[in-house]
Each structure stands twice: as structure tokens, then as C-alpha cells.
Write a protein that binds this ligand. Structure first.
Ligand SMILES: [Zn+2]
Length: 375
């Protein structure tokens, strides 16, 4: 062991701190361009291209691993194919990390200031899986979860990385998202630059049959439901359904007294050929049930509590989150000891609101609550 005399050691520490501060101040966080071609969504294939600023040497990139709301290391790396890196038209050497399957090391050649990464994301078939690793596309609709279709560089929190994303959809498919759109032309949608955190917070629902229902017309911040289904008939719900979801917004406002989103979208998939679940975001939720979930009375009753639960998460889980679940990026593990607050309180309030909005009668509400209690 070597030993520094105290004063020299303090000077060295000061110098290191100064150099680090200057380097941090002089190295703005990278601005990344992400292009997703979803025109092959009916075949369950999404083509991805990224341009990532880089310096010569080794560049470490991550595929999102710990996905918000999934509470585990579930990023579907097993569905990524065709990964390739180039700079100036030349293919680059890369390797997958030997200890972490979501980490890649790319050799950036001298003179390069950026690299291009390309990959395909292949969504599972059937209605397999859950959350953003689950089946996500049919020949009539799809949900694009951005964490499935991107890489990000090591060294910055996701709040500091900026992504400028664009998306191509199958001809005549409509879409809904909480992300701000800057332009649409030639079949390409361009989104306003956002942090990586807010990009992943804003999935896109798209489909041939897409119904948009404003839930608080004329009020700020706006709330709407964007529903994609495998058939037009699946969207033909009784008028009371839409009234109940308008009530949900009113009742949730009354419960919390404030909103923290700028623009909220319920993204609701109705298909027997996608995975079924609900996944919360701050400004939207990605909720998926069977094709007849709104038109079959029994199925409607069984699924009645899903959207209210996910909406409550905008407050409990997103605006406020247990500290050890609020990680700086998608590589650092989340700790789940306070999930009983994150999920437990949300489940309770979601049940209350499902009754207050009218989608369950008082008796059905009591039955649903009794069904939650383990004997
Ligand atoms: Zn939940």
C-alpha cells in the first residue's frame, strides 16, 4: 500500500474535482436521432436506426433493461436482431458485455464524431408475454414502446439525454400518443425532441381502426382515450362507457385536486392477439385487453378496473415514486421494498374510482373489493 502525505492528497483531490467539473461542463449530453420504421408492424418487425454522437475509442451502449412500471430487469433483449454499427459507411467492431446481456461495447474509429446503429425489434407472436416484451402487433394495430427500439450511451442520466424521434406507420394507420408531434409528411411522423425519460414515457398506439374520445373537452390539461382494435365493431361500445370514462377524469381531479401531466392519453388496445396487461406512464397508459372488452358486458365488467388503476399511477408511482424505484437510467437496478405503496395504494384508489365513475355499481364495487382480500 502506498501513502500520500495529507496536504498533497488534498491538492490532488481538489485538482481532480476541478478537472471533472470542467469536463462535465464542457461535455453536453448527447442528442440522439432515432428513426423507427413500423411499416412492417403487421409482420411484427420494427426496423430501427439511431445516430449517436461518439468520440474515438470504446463506446458503451445500453439496451433498456429495468423498465419503469415493470419493476424488474425485463427489457426484451431476446427480441433484438440484426444489430449493426457503422461510422462513415464502415462496419464497426463491437461485442456484447460478458457479464450483462443488455450492454454493448463499440469501437469508434479515429475521426468519427458519431456512429449509426441499426437493429430490428421482433415482437412475439400469439398473445405471449407481458408488458413491453409481450406481443405488441397484429395486422390491424400495434403499440410502439420506445424502450423496445433504442439504445442509449453510458454516462448520462436518462433525464439529460435528448432524443429526436421519427416514426413511419403502415399506410392509412392512425395513431395516438402523449408525445408532441412537430410534423407529418410523406408517411413520416416527427416528434419534438424530448429527454429519454419522457420518450419512454410516451408510447404510440396505432392502427387501421383507431377511435379518439376526448374525456374533458375544452379543459386543460387535455385528457383523451385513443383506442385501437382488430375490428371496427370492437370500438362500438355503448355510449355510457365513454360517459363513465369522462366521469373518471372528473372524479380523479376531485380526489387529487391537481394534475401533473401536460396532456394525458389512455392508449387502449383491444385485441385477442396482443399481450394483456396495463402499464402506467406519467402522461399515458398502455392498457391492453381482448377485442370484445368494451362490447361484451361480462368482459367489460371484468376489465372495468384496469384503466382507473393505471390513471392513478400518474400521481402515485410517476409524480411521486418510492426513492429506490426512481433510478437515474434503465441499467441501475430498482429496489421494490416500497411497491406496496406504489401498487397497493394505487389498487385501492383505482377500485374506489371505478365505483365513483359508474363503470361498476356499488354492489359490483363491493364484490370487486372483496375479491381483492386474501382469506
Ligand atoms: Zn399498477
Amino acid at each position: 500500500m502506498s501513502h500520500f502525505p495529507g496536504r498533497i492528497f488534498r491538492h490532488v483531490l481538489l485538482l481532480v474535482a476541478l478537472v471533472s467539473a470542467v469536463m462535465a461542463a464542457g461535455a453536453p449530453a448527447p442528442q440522439i436521432t432515432l428513426s423507427v420504421d413500423a411499416t412492417d408492424a403487421p409482420r411484427k418487425i420494427f426496423h430501427v436506426r439511431l445516430i449517436i454522437p461518439a468520440k474515438p475509442g470504446s463506446l458503451t451502449l445500453y439496451y433498456p433493461k429495468w423498465i419503469p412500471g415493470e419493476h424488474g430487469p425485463t427489457g426484451p433483449i431476446q427480441d433484438v436482431a440484426g444489430l449493426k454499427f457503422t461510422a462513415g459507411g464502415k462496419t464497426l467492431t463491437w461485442r456484447r458485455d460478458l457479464l450483462d446481456g443488455w450492454t454493448f461495447h463499440v469501437e469508434v474509429p479515429a475521426g468519427a464524431s458519431s456512429i449509426e446503429a441499426s437493429l430490428d425489434f421482433i415482437s412475439p407472436a400469439g398473445s405471449e408475454g407481458i408488458y413491453t416484451g409481450g406481443a405488441t402487433a397484429t395486422d390491424k394495430m400495434a403499440v410502439i414502446n420506445w424502450n423496445d427500439v433504442l439504445l442509449y450511451p453510458e454516462g448520462w442520466p436518462s433525464d439529460d439525454l435528448t432524443y429526436t424521434a421519427s416514426l413511419r406507420l403502415p399506410a392509412d394507420w392512425k395513431f395516438g400518443t402523449s408525445l408532441a408531434v412537430t410534423s407529418q409528411s410523406g408517411g413520416e411522423i416527427k416528434f419534438a425532441p424530448v429527454s429519454l425519460t419522457m420518450l419512454i414515457d410516451g408510447p404510440v398506439i396505432t392502427g387501421e381502426y383507431l377511435k379518439v374520445v376526448p374525456l374533458n373537452a375544452g379543459q386543460k390539461p387535455p385528457v383523451e382515450m385513443d383506442i385501437a382494435a382488430d375490428s371496427a365493431a370492437a370500438l362500438d361500445a355503448p355510449a355510457e362507457v365513454w360517459e363513465h370514462y369522462k366521469n373518471l377524469v372528473k372524479q380523479t381531479d376531485a380526489l387529487f385536486g391537481a394534475q401533473h401531466y401536460r396532456d394525458y392519453h389512455f392508449l387502449y388496445s383491444l385485441s385477442d392477439h396482443v399481450a394483456h396487461f396495463g402499464l402506467e406512464h406519467h402522461e399515458s397508459n398502455d392498457s391492453r385487453l381482448g377485442e370484445r372488452a368494451l362490447v361484451d358486458p361480462t368482459k367489460r365488467l371484468l376489465g372495468a378496473g384496469l384503466l382507473s388503476h393505471e390513471f392513478v399511477h400518474s400521481w402515485n408511482g410517476k409524480y411521486r415514486r418510492p426513492a429506490d424505484l426512481a433510478t437515474p437510467d434503465y441499467e441501475k437496478p430498482m429496489q421494490t421494498d416500497l411497491l406496496w405503496v406504489y401498487e397497493g395504494l394505487t389498487e385501492y384508489l383505482g377500485e374506489i374510482l371505478t365505483g365513483r365513475m359508474g363503470e361498476r355499481t356499488p354492489e359490483e364495487f363491493r364484490d370487486a373489493l372483496a375479491n381483492e382480500v386474501e382469506p
